[in-house]
Design a protein around this ligand. Structure first.
Ligand SMILES: CCCCCCCCCCCCC/C=C/[C@@H](O)[C@H](COP(=O)(O)O)NC(=O)CCCCCCCCCCCCCCC
Ligand SMILES: Nc1ncnc2c1ncn2[C@@H]1O[C@H](COP(=O)(O)OP(=O)(O)O)[C@@H](O)[C@H]1O
Ligand SMILES: [Ca+2]
Length: 572
């Protein structure tokens, strides 16, 4: 790593021990001075070696010379000066000062920073340094503030939407108690809207919100609430740029505003797969430090009419039926998915139809890879660049090139399917920490199309159970998986528009269901699509992936630090 010039270095008091504290452009480091070397310093600038220098994680160690900590400046949330009378100057919060240091070292400042906890959780930690002189204290505060002000990717003003009815209906409480205090600490101002009905956030974003004044949009809720924000922002961006969403071939314009998710829903799979955990404090901290994670978005069309966008799961058959059943049991909260999942598993319906898809052949990675999409993913960077340079099929808008010219690359599969799933990302969630497609990538411009053919209940159960274990859910004769850029699905019996209208009104056409089998002991003709947790009544759809259309306040799942394992060779 390039050596950074030291900006400040002093001996300061921390909890009655002296520390060598230094700041360069990248790290704030404090290292305990061994007892016999301790001496009072009013701010002598002197050279010493910083023992730890890891770029991403702050380290804590205890060597011969005492404990040592390093915090990346990019993960400092705030710095505030403490008053002599032990009251913070900035926000009026009272803090208890140790008696000894208030007497001898009356000036102090507190640095709030990100600390990594268990299983990808982040927490806010405080460290308070005491100084002999006010001027030195001021110098530290000003210098750290200067460093923070130079971090241009951090949001200053956010628009927040809270779904008070998502998940266990705790959205408002989670935001007020866990998130708002952190935003205040980091000097982020917010405009908060508590939604009053479904699609309130989507419509507000699409038509009314004055987006220019914000650095990002935050939703407090589940995947459905996130989906509302995506629809609002993507539609608004296309409208502002004169792009017609109804044309499946059109290249969409990426959204500039980043989206933050404070998880307060039932599945929270988008949060889980982009941050590594569904934890409100962790998500708030990723927003504060100004992380950015690009994400693919699928557009779903039917007969040249735009239906919806999807970022996680598009599922027909099993997941469509689970969702349709679970919507009638919202009162059960998140447990509705387990109940409806069990019920749908027992009904064991299969659906006939034709899937045609355009395999992504020019990219790095396959759905059977052992590597995973992680923070700074090389495959996403590589394939994202390829997409913008080569302008793949979905970007082609040349009216002279007819669809049939692409047909060469398309594959067609007819069959009876228990499930047809398109996972644009892993869909990892607490129910399945590796997800529906463990090797899928967040931002590679593709979706993993998983076809589960008709099989016995026992085999389907084996397939489902493998989502929760280390065994490969694709390594089964009745399952296939393809990494694709586009796909179409047509059910065996095509629906008329009047059938669709009835389905949209919630009336299922059981009279039409078993045309070929009047005894009606078999599967219905149609399922519906589960589009990120929203029901799509159309069975016939056309889907295309738009590479990196949106950005989240996230960085992808961080690899767990390995330095602890290295100390124990048996653990490797
Ligand atoms: C036997 C255990 C099998 C466990 C299999 C778990 C696979 C889970 C993969 C989940 C992928 C989820 C993708 C995300 C979808 C969300 O967008 C979407 C909306 O989320 P929101 O409500 O937060 O807004 N969520 C969903 O559609 C929920 C899907 C949940 C499916 C749960 C399925 C449970 C299956 C249980 C089968 C039990 C069989 C037992 C037989 C003895
Ligand atoms: N104020 C509201 N009243 C009713 N429904 C709402 C409200 N705000 C948002 N919704 C809708 O609630 C649905 C579920 O929201 P979500 O936050 O995803 O929770 P969950 O994860 O429990 O499904 C979404 O379809 C969203 O459009
Ligand atoms: Ca993808």
């Amino acid at each position: 790593m390039e050596k950074q010039p030291r900006l400040l270095a002093s001996q300061l008091l921390l909890k009655n021990s002296f520390f060598e504290v230094s700041l360069n452009g990248v790290l704030l480091t404090w290292k305990e001075i061994p007892t016999k070397k301790k001496r009072v310093s009013g701010g002598i600038h002197y050279p010493f070696k910083v023992g730890f220098c890891f770029p991403k994680f702050h380290r804590r160690g205890k060597g011969e010379s005492g404990t040592s900590h390093s915090v990346s400046v990019s993960e400092i949330l705030a710095v505030r000066e403490l008053d002599v009378d032990s009251k913070t100057k900035d926000d009026g919060r009272w803090q208890k000062m140790p008696q000894k240091s208030t007497e001898a070292y009356p000036y102090a400042f507190t640095v709030s920073y990100v600390e990594r906890a268990w299983q990808h959780r982040w927490r806010c930690s405080d460290v308070t340094f005491h100084c002999l002189e006010g001027a030195l204290c001021q110098q530290w505060v000003q210098t750290i503030r200067g460093q923070l002000a130079a971090l241009t990717s951090r949001p200053k003003h956010l628009l927040v939407y809270i779904n008070p009815y998502g998940g266990k209906q705790q959205g408002k409480c989670i935001y007020e108690q866990k998130v708002a205090p952190l935003f205040t600490c980091a000097s982020i101002s917010t405009d908060v809207i508590v939604t009053e009905h479904a699609n309130h956030a989507r419509d507000h974003l699409r038509t009314e919100a004055e987006l220019k004044q914000y650095d990002g949009v935050v939703c407090v809720g589940g995947d459905g609430m996130f989906s509302e924000i995506v629809h609002g922002l993507v539609s608004r961006t296309q409208r502002d740029n004169g792009v017609d969403q109804n044309s499946p071939e059109e290249k969409l314009v990426p959204c500039t505003l980043r989206i933050g998710i404070i998880p307060a829903g039932s599945t929270d799979c988008i949060c889980y797969a982009t941050v590594g955990i569904n934890d409100p404090v962790t998500s708030a901290l990723h927003i504060i430090v100004g992380d950015a994670q690009p994400m693919d978005v699928c557009s779903v069309h039917h007969n040249n009419t735009f239906l919806r966008y999807s970022v996680s799961l598009l599922g027909y058959g099993f997941y469509g039926d689970v969702l349709a059943d679970s919507e009638r049991k919202r009162w059960m909260g998140p447990a509705r998915y387990d109940f409806s999942g069990f019920k749908t598993f027992l009904t064991h319906h299969y659906y006939e139809g034709t899937v045609s898809f355009l395999p992504a052949t020019d990219i790095l990675g396959t759905p059977r890879d052992k590597t995973r999409c992680r923070a700074g993913c090389f495959i996403c960077q590589h394939n994202g660049q390829l997409y913008s340079e080569d302008a793949p099929e979905i970007c082609k808008t040349d009216p002279d090139v007819s669809d049939s010219e692409y047909e060469g690359g398309w594959r067609v599969i007819r069959g009876k399917f228990l499930a047809i799933n398109a996972a644009s990302m892993s869909c990892a969630c607490p129910r399945s920490p590796k997800g529906l497609s463990p090797a899928a990538h967040l931002a590679d411009g593709t979706t993993d199309l998983i076809l589960v053919r008709k099989c016995s209940r026992f085999n389907f159960l084996r397939h489902l159970l493998r989502h929760t274990s280390k065994y490969d859910q694709f390594d089964m004769t009745f399952v296939e998986v393809h990494r694709v850029r586009r796909f179409h699905f047509t059910p065996r019996h095509c629906q008329s528009d009047s059938e669709l209208d009835l389905r949209e009104n919630g009336k299922r056409l059981f009279s039409q269901i078993c045309r070929d089998h009047p005894a009606c002991s078999c599967s219905p003709a149609y399922s519906s699509w589960n589009c990120d947790g929203e029901i799509l009544p159309h069975a016939a759809i056309e889907v295309g992936v738009h590479c990196q259309l949106i950005k989240l306040f996230a960085r992808g799942i961080e690899e767990q630090p390995v330095f602890e394992d290295l100390a124990n060779p048996c653990a490797i």
